[in-house]
Design a protein around this ligand. Structure first.
Ligand code: FES
Length: 122
């Protein structure tokens, strides 16, 4: 299958995403922290459009020196997208399900050719 055009680099700002079709496969493409990531838009739970869900920083517990719970905060390093059907969260940098890292969305290579961004569909 030929590579799928995603967007012009200048029209795909960091923090944004696109959904493209490669034949019958939908692919979510993310531009995050200077890198591009692409995953099949098919949730591992029940097939929802996982890549279309809200993006939010991972919520982390804050523990005191004595290991007591002090509250929660948003991670500075880890961004998730959340399947809109039932809330499975995926790490945007790996495609792994945050609750079970053994579960991982199918990923695709993203390439930049000049000003154009493509997904390498297989
Ligand atoms: S289908 Fe995605 S969380 Fe259920």
């Amino acid at each position: 299958m030929p590579d799928v055009f995603v967007a012009k680099f200048s029209q795909f700002p960091d923090g944004d995403r696109r959904i493209v079709s490669a034949g019958t496969t939908e692919i979510g493409v993310f531009h995050w922290a200077g890198q591009f990531y692409a995953y099949e838009n098919l949730c591992l739970h029940q097939g929802g459009p996982a890549c279309e869900g809200v993006m939010m920083h991972k919520v982390e517990d804050v523990l005191g020196a004595d290991r007591t719970f002090q509250g929660q905060r948003f991670s500075k390093d880890e961004m998730h997208f959340v399947c809109p059907w039932h809330g499975y969260e995926y790490d945007v940098k790996t495609g792994e399900c945050a609750a079970d890292r053994k579960l991982k969305l199918k990923s695709f290579e993203v390439v930049r050719r000049g000003e154009d961004i493509y997904v390498v569909a297989d």
